[in-house]
Design a protein around this ligand. Structure first.
Ligand code: ATR
Length: 275
């Protein structure tokens, strides 16, 4: 008897994760035999859990906070993208028992922008990124891959932005947080990668006065879907793309590898995940 393929999202905490809804929706939609669950695993149990899962029919997993960096130590093969970003969000358990670690966050970010703003041209001008945490790393790699010529980066803790510049190179220009609004003057792609504006977090207070109306603006915050940041950008005439799509698109490569079908991200997917 062949077991149905199983996958899971692993994190600590995990109950808030939307991934089980996303993958469950795709499994039903395509009539595929498979199972996707959420596993609450703390850092001390992570390595052993990953070694045990293949024997229980698991073909892979998504990894979320706080394990995305740590999991690289437990993988047998790490993709170039995951190495560059310094974190993994997607694991594939290979038939020989090896664990392959990949990172699809940068892909998800770019795929969301391309879908939400089909005429977005990454080469049209500089990008401006607010925030320099884990999400910013994946976004920088995605933008550089897409051919963005220059990236302005501003973070409350400047040292973290300087660290990303040291790592990712000359294309990055660090701007002091108190002057963050000024980096918008030339930017044609603008991203909030901080947690500001999320339900329960502080408001995004940097002035968007200098924002160009031809900029494409996106937010990694998707709770609420229409953040104040996006509302202000839309009021300036900018094309805006909400952050939910990044989460949906980052799930595509994993689902395809585990269950054998490349899934669609569309209105139906969004509704299923938000229901
Ligand atoms: P992750 O690695 O998951 O992205 P993080 O490292 O805590 O999480 O990043 C959150 C981002 O939101 C950071 O850029 C953080 O700025 P700091 O590096 O200065 O902490 C930013 N952020 C969170 N709260 C903020 C606030 N009140 N004002 C400005 N930036 C804030």
């Amino acid at each position: 008897m062949t077991q149905i393929p199983r996958a899971a999202v692993i994190g600590d905490p995990i109950s808030h994760s939307l991934s089980p809804k996303l993958h469950g929706h795709w499994l039903r939609r395509y009539g595929l035999a498979g199972e996707y669950t959420a596993l609450h695993v703390n850092k001390d149990d992570l390595q052993q859990t990953l070694r045990d899962l293949p024997g229980q029919g698991f073909v892979g997993a998504n990894i979320t906070l706080p394990h995305k960096v740590r999991v690289l130590d437990y993988a047998d093969h790490v993709s170039d993208r995951a190495t560059l970003i310094g974190a993994a969000n997607t694991l594939i358990f290979k038939e020989d028992g090896g664990i392959y670690a990949d990172n699809t966050d940068g892909y998800g970010f770019i795929a969301n922008l391309r879908q939400g703003a089909p005429d977005w041209d990454p080469k049209a001008g500089p990008a401006a990124i607010f925030g320099a945490g884990g999400a910013a790393r994946a976004i920088i790699v995605g933008l550089a891959d897409a051919g963005v010529p220059e990236i302005f980066l501003s973070n409350r803790t400047r040292l973290k932005a300087d660290g990303l510049k040291a790592e990712f190179g000359a294309r990055i220009k660090v701007v002091d947080w108190v002057k963050a609004g000024a980096m918008l003057a030339n930017a044609t792609t603008v991203i909030n990668s901080t947690s500001l504006g999320m339900t329960g977090a502080q408001d995004f207070k940097v002035s968007l006065e200098a924002l160009r109306p031809d900029a494409v603006v996106t937010d990694i915050v998707y709770n609420p879907l229409q953040t104040e940041f996006l509302k202000q950008a839309a009021a300036k005439g900018c094309r805006t793309v909400d952050g939910l799509g990044m989460l949906l698109h980052q799930g595509v490569p994993g689902f395809e590898r585990w269950f054998g079908k490349r899934p669609e991200v569309d209105e139906e997917t969004r509704r299923a995940v938000l229901s």
